[in-house]
Design a protein around this ligand. Structure first.
Ligand SMILES: [Zn+2]
Length: 302
């Protein structure tokens, strides 16, 4: 008999009516509908069971990055529907934090003064100039993000600070894009419905970074979360998670940090034979109930 395996879903934020240039939000109403639909078709499960063969097809819900709405919006819905969630938290957000860099970038570009027609990014010791405003904010976001993505997060933050100063505008993201505080994290971890997973210290794109740097951010993120919640953190998700976003060194670092599993965003269904350090996931968008149901069918075939 062909086993159906485990469908691992990847969410980020559960929030209503907010600025969402990167398509990271699912509304609370749609999230509730998704949990109902997936529970009808599959058995809600956790990453701890992924390697255990099952006759019934399973589904695992994960949320990446560590937004505060995971506690305030997603958790109560998950608890009421009886669906466990795993939240992959970027540990650096727990300290003195001004928002995730892509949200800061979104805030900056939305408040761009009208006379400013280009952005100047101090990147790797030289200034890169990119034109802005000709094809809309999403195009601007894409082009700037592409240039920032390969940099160290510290360099990205510095570049955004410089632009914020130059334009005399704030880069602090709106309250609805707030991330978990240490107290929020402990509250989330205290729920039987939630499992805390790691997502590096700083959400750097790991690929092609030197091994020691990858090891630091991967094992450092684990240690910081464990210290904060007082229990072991056994699951990891690669930042961004695509083929181009991590490499064999990342996988080695995850293995030596003694994680049990690591999730990618490479599409597919996990089976008991799947490499536990390269688990596929399906990205979920803000779909209504029927669209989500159709997607579940499509994923089953793919
Ligand atoms: Zn992420």
């Amino acid at each position: 008999m062909r086993r159906d395996g485990t469908l691992i879903l990847c969410y980020h934020r559960v929030a209503e009516g907010v600025e969402d240039p990167f398509y990271l939000c699912v509304s609370p109403g749609n999230f509730a509908a998704h949990l109902e639909e997936m529970s009808r078709a599959r058995e809600p499960s956790t990453l701890a069971d992924v390697a255990v063969p099952s006759r019934r097809p399973r589904v695992v819900v994960t949320l990446d990055d560590g937004y505060r709405d995971n506690l305030t919006n997603a958790l109560p819905i998950a608890e009421s529907k009886g669906v466990p969630i795993t939240v992959f938290v970027t540990s650096g957000i727990l300290g003195n934090h001004h928002g995730l860099w892509w949200d800061r970038l979104g805030t900056l570009l939305r408040s761009r003064p009208p006379h400013v027609k280009e952005i100047e990014l101090p990147v790797g010791g030289r200034n890169v100039r990119l034109p802005l405003g000709s094809s809309g904010i999403r195009a601007d976001l894409d082009s700037v993000r592409r240039h920032l993505l390969p940099l160290r997060v510290r360099e990205i933050e510095q570049a955004l600070d410089a632009v914020s100063q130059q334009w005399q505008v704030s880069s602090v993201p709106p309250d609805d894009a707030a991330t978990l505080t240490p107290q929020d994290l402990r509250q989330l971890a205290a729920s039987d419905t939630a499992t805390i997973g790691a997502h590096t210290v700083d959400h750097v794109r790991l690929r092609d970074r030197p091994a020691p740097e990858q090891q630091d951010t991967i094992s450092g993120g684990k240690a910081e979360l464990e210290q904060s919640i007082g229990r072991a953190v056994s699951h990891f998700a690669y930042p961004f998670g695509g083929h181009d976003d991590f490499d064999d060194r990342s996988v080695d670092a995850v293995r030596s940090a003694e994680f049990d599993t690591a999730c990618t965003t490479i599409p597919g269904t996990a089976r008991s034979s799947t490499d536990p350090y390269r688990l596929p996931r399906r990205l979920v968008m803000d779909w209504g109930r029927l669209r989500f149901r159709a997607q579940m069918q499509r994923w089953k075939l793919g």
